[in-house]
Write a protein that binds this ligand. Sequence first.
Ligand code: FMN
Length: 406
Amino acid sequence: MLVPTRIFQRKNILLGVTGSISAYKACSLASTLTKTGAMVRTVLTASAERFIGAMSFAGLTGDAVYTDADYWSLKMRSLHIELGRWADVVVVAPATANTMAKLSHGIADNLLTAAVLGCGKPVVIAPAMNVRMLEHPATRQNIETLRSFGYIVVEPEQGYLADGESGKGRLPKEEVLLYHIGKALIPQDLAGKTVVVTAGPTREYIDDVRYISNPSSGKMGYALAQVLALRGAKVILLSGPVQLEPPVGVEVHHFESVQEVSDLMDSYLPKADAVVMAAAVGDFTVDRVPGKIRRDKELVLNLKPTIDVVGTMKKKHPSPLYVAFAAGTAQVREDAKEKLLQKGVDAIFANRIDTPETGFSTDTNAGWFITASGEEELPLQSKADLAWSLGERIACMLKRTSGISP
Ligand SMILES: Cc1cc2nc3c(=O)[nH]c(=O)nc-3n(C[C@H](O)[C@H](O)[C@H](O)COP(=O)(O)O)c2cc1C
């Protein structure tokens, strides 16, 4: 999961579930949110109760589940207002065409619609329905109206639908929902900023079928791209060949060689406020031989150093904030401090690649965030959580360079 779990910890999430065939997927969402440390209370519409039972949500969240019977109960006064006050964010997933029509017109004839109308909190709506229901002008118009209220309406996905149909209308993947819920919970302190992030390995081809590369998985750069987008930045991710799903809400461009990543940086850096270089850019290249070299005799490769990407970019495009990465062994901290001075970058994250829990391909990492004013040790944690800590520091530095006090 690229969305860091810590943004949900101790948050109150009111989950509204409506009468869609995909209501069962809300169980998994409720469970995931609960596991992140959020408090999840659920409201089911009367139609949702026909698809899925209150007991499932009670068991998965360990918290209260409400239906319209509770709304009209004499025991609870103004339950809809109480729930709105309690919530940090209200999520309606899945949202039916019917519930969206009501919400777009301020109709509040059940607990869920009344709670949304009266909450005054961020609202995230995830529609799910048949493609023709979604494309009906009434639904499209209602979605636009809901967006004009400031609600986040997540676009449904294309794919297999109920009743043997396919098209747009599926409830988005959980990672997408978590991204939008997370974004609604955190300050958008990077809104208006453009950040270029590089990730993954480079490949320098020896012939048409063989190359020199490194084991970078791209996980750290992808996690960074995700947290910067969560904070509101426009993120352009320049990615080497990796086996990862693209982060949500991020523009991705692909490269293979050192020259290709340099060319992409030349295109995107002039408009960037910051550049975070987490890619493992190769230090050596070789003249590419067309075709496939035959294995009939010993082969000597003439390795040539690649261009110094960080140094070259810093000279050509001096204005963005530069955050570099240094991967190494026991000496990495000292080497990173030297690199900081030599290349004139604003910060370096130094991490070791010779311990089992840090570096290439692992899901965890640790290291030192080094700037001209000192260094800070970031302890072992998931790459998503570490990316969150680095994102905080990058946001702080960006605010300082824009003259806004953090
Ligand atoms: C089997 C079945 C599946 C349905 N699936 C959906 C759906 O995915 N999306 C939708 O908008 N409506 C769907 N409906 C229609 C809604 O359940 C219906 O409009 C209901 O009034 C919605 O009530 P609610 O919005 O209060 O939950 C479905 C109905 C049935 C019988």
